[in-house]
Design a binder for this molecule. Structure first.
Ligand code: LFR
Length: 489
C-alpha cells in the first residue's frame, strides 16, 4: 500500500488530498481544504502565494503529525498561466498576479499588434486569451516592471510551490504549454516569439515531463510536518492536464472530455498538435498532456457564471449553496433566454450583467435566482454542443461519448442538459479527476503505475460513474438555433 499527497489548487479553493493506492485501486481522502482568495491591491489583482504555501504546509502537517503517515510522494497542480518571478538568489521579486487582472487586456492588444496573430498561433498553437502568460509578461514589460528586469527565473504556480517544497526550480511541461510561449510542434520554448516582443528568454528554465522526481521535501518542512525523507514530484502541474489524464475512457467509441469546474475545458486527446488556419479560426488550443499527448481543447467560461451569481447574491445577504441553486434551476422554466457564457469572463455584478445582456439581445430577463442559474446551465450546454461540432470538424470524425470530469460533473441537471443538447452519451465522473490524475502521475514517476493506459484502468476501478443517454430533442434543437443566432456563429 502506498500513500501520496496531491496539492490541488483551484481558483476558488485548494485541497491537500491523500491518495492511497492498493491492489490497483485508488482511494482519496481530503486532508485539508482552504480558501484561495485573490487579493486586490491598488495596482492589480494578485494571488496570496504565501498564504497558499502556509495551507499546503498545514495539509502536509496533517498527513505527518496527525495521521502518522509516511508518504511516497507529494506533488502540486494548479490552474494554468500564472507565474512568479525569482531573482538570482531565489527571492520572489514578482508575486503571481491573478489571470483576471484587468491590465492584461491592453497588453493583449499591443502584443497582437507587435507580433501578429497568425505568427503567434503558428509558434504556439494556443488559443487567444488575454490571460495567457505571454500577455501578462508583456503587460509587466509595458509597465516598466523593475521585478521583470531583476528576474532570473520564471516559475509557474505549481513550479513555484514545488520549489518552496523541495528547492528545485524546474518548469513542468503541461503547465509550460499553457503559457503561449511554448512551441508544441517543436516541443521547446518559443524563444523567437519572446524575442520579437522584447521579452527576456533567460528566465525560462529546463522543462521536465510530468512524473519527474524534483527532489526531496526540505529538512525544515520534514520537521514541522512530521514527515521523513519524502519525494516531491512534478505531476501534470496544470490541473486540466491532470484531470484529462484521469478521464476513464475505454473502448473504441471516439470520446471527448469536459473538465468541469470554474472553467469548462472541452477537448480531445490527440497524438500531435493541430496548428492550422482552421484551428486558429475555431480558436482551439493545443496544450500538452501526460505521455506527450496533445490536449486539443477550448476554454469555456464554465460554472464561473453560477459562482459569480452566487457571490453577488451572497453580498446582498441571500445565501444559497450550489445544490440549492441547482434545485431552483431545475424548477425554473426552460429556455427563458440564451447567452454566450464567454462574454462574462470578468468578475463582479454577474446577475446584473446577465440581465443587461438579455435586454440588449431582445430577450426576457430571467425570473428569480433559479431562472438565472437555469439560463447559465442551458447556455453552457449549448456552448458545449457548438464546441463539439468544432472539434469534430477539426479531427474529421464524429465524437460519440462526452466524459465530464471534475467538480462540475456532480451537477446532474447540467449533465442531463448536455446529453439533451448534444444527443450524445454523457459519462459523468470522477469528480476528483484532478486529484486522481495528480496522484497517479506521481505513481507513474515512482514506477508503481506503468503508463497512461494503466492509469485510466486504475481510475475506472476506483470511482463510480453515471451515464446519461442523449436522444434527439426538438425543443433543445430549436433553442440551440436561437442560441447560435444570439451568439453569432
Ligand atoms: C482550469 C484552468 C484552465 C486554464 C484556466 C486559467 O482550472 O487551469 O485550463 O485555462 O484555469 O488558468
Amino acid at each position: 500500500m502506498s500513500h501520496y499527497v496531491a496539492i490541488d489548487l483551484g481558483a476558488e479553493s485548494g485541497r491537500a488530498m491523500l491518495g492511497t493506492l492498493a491492489g490497483g485501486r485508488l482511494q482519496l481522502e481530503e486532508l485539508h481544504r482552504f480558501l484561495n482568495e485573490p487579493v486586490r491591491l491598488p495596482n492589480g489583482l494578485y494571488w496570496d502565494a504565501f498564504r497558499l504555501f502556509r495551507d499546503i504546509r498545514e495539509g502536509l502537517r496533517k498527513a505527518g503529525r496527525e495521521r502518522n503517515l509516511k508518504l511516497d510522494g507529494i506533488a502540486v497542480d494548479t490552474w494554468g498561466v500564472d507565474y512568479g518571478l525569482l531573482d538570482a538568489n531565489g527571492e520572489l521579486v514578482v508575486n503571481p498576479r491573478h489571470y483576471r487582472d484587468p491590465r492584461n487586456n491592453a497588453a493583449y492588444d499591443a502584443a497582437l499588434a507587435a507580433a501578429g496573430k497568425e505568427n503567434i498561433f503558428e509558434q504556439t498553437g494556443l488559443q487567444f486569451m488575454a490571460l495567457n502568460s505571454l500577455y501578462q509578461l508583456y503587460a509587466a514589460k509595458l509597465a516598466g516592471s523593475p521585478g521583470l528586469r531583476a528576474a532570473e527565473k520564471l516559475l509557474f504556480m505549481p513550479d513555484l510551490l514545488s520549489y518552496w517544497l523541495c528547492g528545485s526550480k524546474k518548469n513542468e511541461l503541461t503547465i509550460a504549454s499553457t503559457s503561449q510561449f511554448y512551441n508544441p510542434t517543436l516541443r521547446r520554448w518559443s524563444t523567437e516569439l519572446l524575442e520579437t516582443l522584447g521579452l527576456p528568454t533567460h528566465i525560462l528554465g529546463d522543462i521536465v515531463p510530468p512524473g519527474t522526481r524534483l527532489g526531496s521535501l526540505l529538512d525544515d518542512l520534514q520537521d514541522t510536518c512530521g514527515l521523513g525523507e519524502t519525494p516531491v514530484f512534478a505531476t501534470a502541474g496544470h490541473d486540466t492536464a491532470a484531470a484529462v489524464a484521469a478521464v476513464p475512457a475505454i473502448g473504441d467509441r471516439p470520446w471527448c472530455y469536459i473538465s468541469s469546474g470554474t472553467w469548462s475545458l472541452m477537448g480531445v486527446e490527440i497524438d500531435e498538435p493541430i496548428v492550422t488556419p482552421r484551428a486558429l479560426e475555431l480558436t482551439l488550443t493545443n496544450e500538452i498532456g501526460v505521455e506527450g499527448k496533445t490536449r486539443l481543447l477550448k476554454n469555456i467560461a464554465g460554472l464561473w457564471l453560477v459562482q459569480e451569481c452566487r457571490r453577488a447574491w451572497l453580498l446582498e445577504g441571500q445565501e444559497y449553496s450550489y445544490t440549492e441553486l441547482t434545485r431552483l434551476a431545475a424548477e425554473a422554466a426552460p429556455f427563458a433566454a440564451v447567452l454566450d457564457p464567454d462574454q462574462f469572463l470578468e468578475p463582479g455584478h454577474m446577475p446584473e450583467r446577465i440581465a443587461a445582456y438579455c435586454s440588449k439581445t431582445g430577450q426576457n430577463v430571467p425570473e428569480g435566482l433559479g431562472g438565472f442559474v437555469r439560463v447559465c446551465l442551458e447556455s453552457l450546454a449549448f456552448r458545449y454542443r457548438q464546441v463539439l461540432e468544432s472539434l469534430e470538424s477539426l479531427v474529421g470524425h464524429r465524437i460519440e461519448v462526452i466524459h465530464i470530469v471534475g467538480g462540475g460533473s456532480k451537477n446532474a441537471l447540467l449533465n442531463q442538459f448536455v446529453a439533451s443538447a448534444t444527443g450524445r452519451t454523457v459519462i459523468a465522473g470522477p469528480t476528483e479527476a484532478t486529484a486522481a490524475g495528480n496522484i497517479l502521475v506521481q505513481a507513474i514517476g515512482a514506477g508503481e503505475v506503468k503508463d497512461l493506459k494503466q492509469l485510466r484502468e486504475v481510475v475506472r476501478n476506483s470511482f463510480e460513474l453515471e451515464t446519461y443517454e442523449g436522444k434527439p430533442d426538438p425543443a433543445w434543437d430549436r433553442a440551440y438555433e436561437r442560441y447560435v443566432k444570439v451568439r453569432g456563429s
